[in-house]
Design a protein around this ligand. Structure first.
Ligand code: 3HC
Ligand code: NAI
Length: 645
């Protein structure tokens, strides 16, 4: 037997420990090793029960995702897991799965092949395959409804979010939650238990209302994602097929997903999110500075959200404003955001209180001299930012990171206001900063390696996806967004309806259409930038809208007019304005809209790569999927445009 699976005995119990660090993926040899272990213990007269447990930090994180490419390229016919799980389930001696860390995807499927499951209270279980554009492929869609019921199984398979031990217990997915050492608990639990095979359990009769509600919810939340609908189909099949038929049907759907472009794109995003954390020019031993306290300047839209990220990570924050009124407004917004999460059951009141206790709102520089990081989030104005950085230079301790949240300004010029440009870096969060996962980490010409390494590590602590970018106007994301939105306007000038432009890109998978995004973010932002950069005229309709005071949703009107519920409607005033700028009235197809808008992203992305502003094509893809609502199932602009392949 290989080292991937280790066998030992504790009294009368045979213990199989999975040993495939870092996350015990089911790489070749692991499922085989488990099956061999089960057979060995079945043949051992001293053994009356078997416990399967993960070594290291987790139970099993799932099938080895790297193996999928071998199947789609024809090197391998299938992942070969379902039959191994059947063999585990066939054990004549009771098998108890002891879950800590995570049992995800194939990991939960293996766990359900056991006769019982016990779980560490902090562990999670889930079927996250849909996030890779596939469905469970080792009988998860057939065993889960037998344990948790059809509705819960459907939800877990199409949404893909892991659930806690308490929830898993409540839904019958596990049989007990341990109250001490997991292995000891599992060994005791295993004593005297009869064999109970999940595949023998009945499934409740089909309830068409449950399936149609799930389909409707998936069509909305997982728009365009084939795997979400197929996951529902597969679970539903368990209500009308035998176990064996259901497994065969699941396999057919699994393969349809696996061979589709959607899963290839989403797997690219999965590995991409991990790849962007690796900075080739940073030595592995680059020191990472400890960040135990933070200070934020400006409690507006961004400052408040940024502060919440630190609070959520348990890092105390001092939040500075210029007036009591602005400070009160900022703190009220933070409190309101937390309260909304409590109301939705996402946090407890006690958790919210503990976060707010870490916040010190203030009008002074008190405590800024001991902060490990200071994040500036004041108005987008170079003179103001330079004044603030010059002041910080006299206050902050020598090893304090000085970060700016500027969305467009030159980091080097901001850094030049200090005598320590090596400590200055851009931390470009996205609105709403407490929700959006992207953090562009902008490298100035003097930014020190340890400041970059710390920023990358900090992104992870703050549960963000940190992507390192170079210093140029708009960095990566906003720089690409400019041409994308300009082309959208150009299409209107050539004859397309604004709603047709937005609809084409929305239907294609973007979270919002490009013109509607302008209305949401504020058309005045780009207008001011065009004026400052002498680019007036490059977006003539948007300039005219701004001159009319139509800044978008915040003024109730922009490209569209909005009711109190922010529903957009066509405004005849805008139709007349467009008419004045029209150069043509030709029919423009949805495909042309998509090709030209996404094409503009790709073209600017190529320039960004040539200039070295982004390290790799995948960095651009991760920025677009996490910060700009680009559909993950299309893999990001560079992947879609084939540049990264
Ligand atoms: N297969 C291959 N590699 C995997 C993997 C998997 N299932 N899960 C994680 N890894 C790799 C990562 O790529 C990373 O590699 P790197 O160090 O070279 O970059 C390393 O393991 C550590 O992973 P993370 O950095 O993500 O570690 P975290 O501790 O932050 O997170 C985790 C751990 C929550 C398990 C996270 O890795 C994760 O979500 N993994 C994927 C889980 C998943 O989607 N499972 C389903 C797989 S599909 C399946 O099972 C199909 C089945 O139905 C047949
Ligand atoms: P905002 O106008 O909502 O907030 C700015 C806040 O800074 C105000 O509350 C103001 O009172 C405060 N302020 C001004 N001078 C100050 C000083 N000297 N000391 C302390 N506080 C001061 O602006 P917003 O949108 O939060 O933008 C802040 C920064 O974040 C800008 O640089 C902007 O470009 C950038 N940004 C904005 C995004 C957005 O979507 N709003 C997205 C990403 C970055």
């Amino acid at each position: 037997m290989s080292d991937l699976v280790l066998l030992s005995k504790l009294a009368n119990v045979g213990v199989i420990t999975i040993n495939n660090p870092p996350v015990n993926a089911l790489s070749p040899g692991v499922p085989e090793g488990i099956v061999e272990g089960v057979a060995t213990f079945n043949a051992d007269p001293e053994v009356t029960a078997i416990v399967i447990i993960g070594g290291g930090r987790t139970f099993i994180s799932g099938a080895d995702i790297k193996e999928f490419g071998k199947i789609t390229s024809g090197q391998k016919s299938d992942i070969g897991l379902a039959d191994k799980i059947d063999l585990i389930e066939q054990s004549a001696k009771p098998v108890v799965m002891a879950i800590h860390g995570q049992a995800l995807g194939g990991g939960l499927e293996v766990a359900m092949g056991g006769h019982y499951r016990v779980m560490d209270p902090a562990a999670k279980v889930g079927q996250p395959e849909v996030k890779l554009g596939i469905i469970p492929g080792a009988a998860g869609t057939q065993r889960l409804p037998r344990l948790a019921g059809v509705a819960k199984a459907m939800e877990m398979c199409w949404q893909g979010d892991p659930i806690s031990a308490a929830e898993a217990l409540q839904h019958g997915i596990v049989d007990a939650v341990s109250n001490g050492d997991l292995l000891t608990f599992a060994v005791e639990f295993a004593q005297g238990k009869p064999v109970r095979r999940v595949s023998d359990l009945p499934v409740a009769a089909a309830d068409p209302a449950v399936s149609s509600a799930a389909r409707a919810a998936a069509a909305k939340r997982a728009r365009g994602l084939m795997a979400a609908q197929k996951a529902i189909d597969a679970v539903e099949a368990a209500t009308r097929m035998t176990f064996a038929e259901g497994v065969a049907y699941e396999r057919q759907l699994f393969e349809e997903c696996l061979f589709d472009e959607q899963s290839k794109s989403m797997i690219h995003i999965f590995f991409g999110e991990r790849e962007v954390a690796k900075i080739p020019f940073l030595a592995k031993d680059t020191p990472v500075l400890p960040i135990k306290s933070a200070a934020v300047i400006g409690a507006g839209t961004m400052g408040g959200g940024i502060a919440m990220n630190y609070l959520n990570a348990g890092i105390p924050v001092r939040l500075r404003e210029t007036s009591q009124a602005s400070l009160d407004r900022g703190v009220a917004t933070i409190t309101k955001n937390y309260a909304a999460s409590v109301a939705k059951g996402r946090f407890t009141q006690a958790w919210m209180d503990s976060r707010l206790a870490l916040l010190t709102p203030q009008l002074t520089w008190e405590g800024f001299d001991t902060a490990d990081i200071i994040v500036e989030a004041v108005f987008e104005n170079m003179a103001l930012k330079k004044t603030i950085f010059a002041e910080l230079d006299g206050i902050a301790k020598a090893d304090c990171i000085l970060a700016t949240n500027t969305s467009t300004l030159d980091i080097d010029e901001i850094a030049s206001a200090t005598k320590r440009p090596h400590m200055v870096v851009g931390h470009h969060f996205f609105s709403p900063a407490n929700v959006m996962r992207l953090l562009e980490i902008v490298r100035g010409k003097d930014t020190a390696p340890e400041v970059l390494a710390t920023s990358m590590a900090l992104a992870k602590t703050l549960r963000k996806v940190g992507v390192l970018v170079g210093n140029c106007f708009g960095f990566v994301g906003n720089r690409m967004f400019g041409p994308y939105r300009r082309v959208a306007e150009q299409l209107v000038i050539e004859g397309a309806d604004p709603m047709a432009v937005d609809k084409a890109l929305y239907d294609w998978g973007m979270a919002m259409g490009p013109l509607a995004v302008g209305d949401l973010a504020g058309l005045d932002v780009g207008w001011r930038i065009r004026q400052e950069r002498g680019e007036v005229g490059s977006a003539p309709i948007e300039d005219a809208l701004c001159e009319m005071g139509r800044y978008g949703q915040k003024t109730g009107a922009g490209w569209y007019k909005y009711d109190e519920k922010r529903n957009p409607a066509i405004d005849p005033v805008v139709t007349a304005l467009i008419e004045q700028h029209r150069t043509g009235h030709r029919e423009i197809s949805a495909q042309e809209i998509i090709d030209r808008c996404v094409g503009a992203l790709i073209d600017e992305g190529k320039k960004i790569l040539e200039e070295g502003i982004a390290l790799r094509p995948v960095d651009i893809d991760i920025i677009y999927v996490n910060g700009y609502g680009f559909p993950a199932h299309r893999g990001g602009p560079m992947w879609y445009g084939q540049v990264g392949r």
